[in-house]
Design a binder for this molecule. Structure first.
Ligand code: HEM
Length: 313
């Protein structure tokens, strides 16, 4: 393929993928708002109103948010097809093609999961939705990076290892946070740093780690399962802060990763602060939505630092 054609195509793919990243973040924001408001965050009288949607007694007016969610999700799907078309026709262009294809497959899977996710009792559908939403941001941003011209530079191997470990822990923290949300377990632990004097999860609470379940009522304060989720989420977040924070600080010293590492550290601290403030505020809806969206942005930027650091490690 002539070089000029190739760079024009890559430029179009990059712009499309960047637009898709922005739209994915918007979808995430709107669906977190619908889900968390539905759960009862920010409702009154708190906490009695929490989880009333499960018993069918909550009066919710999420009409506009649902229309916005459907509109943006449909537009994203159309642009997802356009992106794959750009990457595959007239001939496949590397490196962005596989990421764009994976993104489209994920969009189609989430469209089907969406058929079940309006029922708040199905924890697994909400769980897949939260992780899938993060996956949309991650893959669209990965496609944009693959289509871009930014180069990596030699980075020490231990930095790459540190970033891998930090991102793995970050993914685990996101899964645990998602479980608190979809299991309606926010009220299980409204204090910090302990949960009503408990500092370590009881073995009996570990069954709450299973997302493939249906939920009938919100988790009461001090419930073993809910407490286990909160404590594990916090501990994983602390280890993530340590590993990703160290990785980010080391990446600051490398010219190729300096800019993204600065953003990574800012998002990491913001995410921790939002988590703590969500609890201290008595589960403010706005803070919880911001906490949900920031998690995916953090994942995408963490992956960017890793991609740049790995380029010639
Ligand atoms: C790296 C740090 C962290 C990440 C990536 C993270 C990620 C997440 C995610 C993805 C959710 C699910 C939100 C949703 O339902 O849409 C969540 C929920 C939550 N997180 Fe975190 N979190 C972090 C740190 C913290 C910290 C330090 C605290 C508090 C000490 C905290 C408290 C909470 C609470 C209370 C919820 C439940 C809110 C709800 O959905 O009902 N998080 N977190």
């Amino acid at each position: 393929m002539p070089t000029e054609n190739r760079s024009a195509r890559l430029q179009r793919i990059k712009i499309l993928a960047q637009v898709l990243t922005a739209l994915s973040l918007l979808i995430l924001l709107v669906s977190a708002y619908i889900r968390l408001r539905g759960a009862g965050l920010g409702c009154g009288p708190w906490p009695d109103c929490y989880g009333q949607i499960l018993t069918g007694t909550a009066q919710l007016h999420n009409g506009e948010a649902r229309i916005l969610h459907r509109g943006v999700a449909s537009l994203t799907l159309v642009l997802g097809f356009a992106l794959v078309w750009q990457c595959r026709r007239p001939q496949t262009i590397q490196p962005p093609a596989p990421y764009a294809t994976a993104l489209l497959v994920l969009m189609i899977v989430l469209t089907f999961v969406g058929l079940w996710s309006s029922d708040p009792h199905r924890a697994w559908a909400g769980f897949i939705n939260i992780l899938g939403g993060a996956g949309l941001v991650l893959l669209s941003w990965r496609t944009a990076l693959a289509a871009g011209s930014a180069q990596g530079a030699a980075s020490p191997r231990h930095l790459v290892g540190l970033l891998h470990a930090g991102l793995g822990l970050l993914a685990l923290t996101i899964m645990l946070g998602a479980l608190i949300g979809v299991r309606y377990a926010a009220t299980a632990c409204p204090s910090l740093p302990d949960c009503g004097g408990v500092l370590w999860p009881a073995t009996s609470g570990l069954s709450a780690l299973n997302p493939f379940t249906t939920i009938a009522v919100a988790v009461p304060m001090g419930d073993d399962g809910g407490v286990a989720l909160h404590l594990l989420h916090r501990y994983c977040a602390l280890v993530t802060l340590l590993l990703l924070g160290l990785g980010g600080l080391q990446a600051l010293a490398q010219p190729a990763t300096r800019q993204s590492a600065g953003l990574l550290l800012t998002l990491l601290l913001t995410q921790m602060a939002l988590g703590v403030l969500t609890v201290l505020s008595g589960f403010s809806l706005r803070l919880a939505v911001a906490h949900s969206v920031c998690a995916s942005a953090l994942l995408a930027v963490g992956m960017q630092v890793l991609v740049r650091a790995k380029a010639s490690a």
